[in-house]
Design a protein around this ligand. Structure first.
Ligand code: 5CU
Length: 374
């Protein structure tokens, strides 16, 4: 693979600080961490689709739910080791899903303060190598949520916020979120939008036990569709026009938005009532225009065709940003210590970037060249 001359920046890379893991260990419903006598690492169970195995594992622990909670999830040394192993100069770390979405209202703001301060401290131990996307206390009272934005804006290593698609409980087109989006835009904090909830398991159709196919249906299909639906709803509700300074970075190259934007536009144009409503504020911007002015995409799609679509949709390779999704998608060979070496998931992704962009300036740009001035 070509060695990037400019700095390589990974903008999609997660961690769970130890205090977050403690919360997960104390829970009986997802998200949770549970130990099983048959496994050396505890299991991290996050997704609705993993609940059936969580229940059956009580009887048959040979089939374990979720994924192993390895040291990669909470050790900073391991993050730096991973960066060094893959020649990554800069990482913008973020809390992994489901962030603070599940916390009772009174715990959300103090937890956000504690988690964001942990990320800040981690970044301070490796100046110039680590930055972070802060977590928002979405279930906190609105005044606390707004106050948290003021507070994270003053954290020197904070470069934006990570957000799921549920918003305050009614999605990202909820008018109650407009003050939050405005505050983020005013503070120059982009939103890194990341899926967690996927699609209801029933969408994948009735299946025998043999038709569960591991995590492929929820992760490869459910996650991207969740992002697509969330951003389409924001666009249809006029959020991007209401907050024109808002910037969003969409995980997994925007889900299926680059591929479906034309069809979404066509459906709008052929819905007389909707198009009239969307023109009420003046000229209607198309989804293409919004994608090319307010949206950035990560390059975590593992394929040349998807990356090319992402560049076309966002208008330029400058708007596409390399990511690894570490510590998810570790090698599965089972060799001891294998996770400390190079990860196939990273290699696959870098190869796809080379295939899509060549090995020149566009490759450098996606890998981080344009962003070395973090
Ligand atoms: O493996 C998974 O479930 C995940 C996840 O939950 N979050 C993520 O960012 N990537 C993979």
């Amino acid at each position: 693979l070509p060695k990037a001359k400019a700095k390589v920046a990974d903008i999609h890379t997660h961690m769970y600080p130890p205090e977050y893991v403690k919360v997960l260990e104390s829970r009986n419903t997802i998200p949770l961490v549970r130990k099983f006598p048959t496994a050396s690492d505890p299991r991290l169970v996050l997704l609705e689709a993993e609940v059936p195995l969580l229940e059956s594992a009580q009887q048959d622990p040979s089939l374990l739910p979720g994924r192993p909670l390895t040291k990669h999830f909470s050790s900073l040394d391991q993050k730096i080791h991973f960066m060094d192993t893959h020649s990554i100069d800069i990482s913008v770390i973020s809390l992994a899903n489901p962030w603070l979405d599940f916390l009772p209202s009174d715990q959300a703001a103090p937890s956000a303060t504690s988690i964001n301060s942990s990320f800040s401290s981690m970044c301070a131990t490796h100046p110039g190598r680590l930055y972070f996307f802060a977590a928002l206390p979405l279930t906190a009272p609105p005044s606390d949520l707004l106050a948290s934005i003021t507070s994270i804006a003053s954290l020197p290593y904070c470069r934006g916020v990570i957000l799921g698609t549920s918003g305050l409980g009614s999605g990202l087109d909820d008018p109650a979120l407009l003050p939050i989006f405005t505050a983020l835009a005013e503070a120059n904090l982009p939103i890194f939008l990341h899926p967690h909830y996927g699609l209801p398991n029933s969408v994948f159709g009735p299946r025998s036990a043999a038709g569960e196919y591991g995590h492929v249906l929820p992760l490869a299909l459910g996650f991207p569709m969740e992002t697509t639906i969330a951003v389409a709803r924001m666009f249809l509700a006029g959020v991007f026009d209401a907050v024109p300074k808002l910037s969003m970075i969409l995980a997994h190259s925007g889900g299926t938005l680059p591929f479906l934007a034309g069809r979404i536009e066509s459906c709008i144009v052929h819905d007389g009532a909707l198009v009239k409503r969307m023109k009420e504020g003046g000229k209607r911007r198309s989804l293409w225009e919004v994608l090319r002015s307010q949206v950035y995409l990560d390059a975590v799609i593992y394929g040349e065709v998807g990356l090319k679509a992402a560049v076309e949709a966002s208008g330029s390779s400058d708007r596409l940003m390399f990511g690894t999704d570490h510590p998810f998608f570790p090698p599965v060979g089972g060799e001891k210590g294998e996770e400390d070496g190079e990860w196939e998931s990273v290699g696959l992704n870098v190869k796809a970037v080379v295939k899509a962009m060549g090995d020149g300036v566009e490759y450098e740009g996606v890998m981080g060249g344009m962003r070395s001035g973090f």
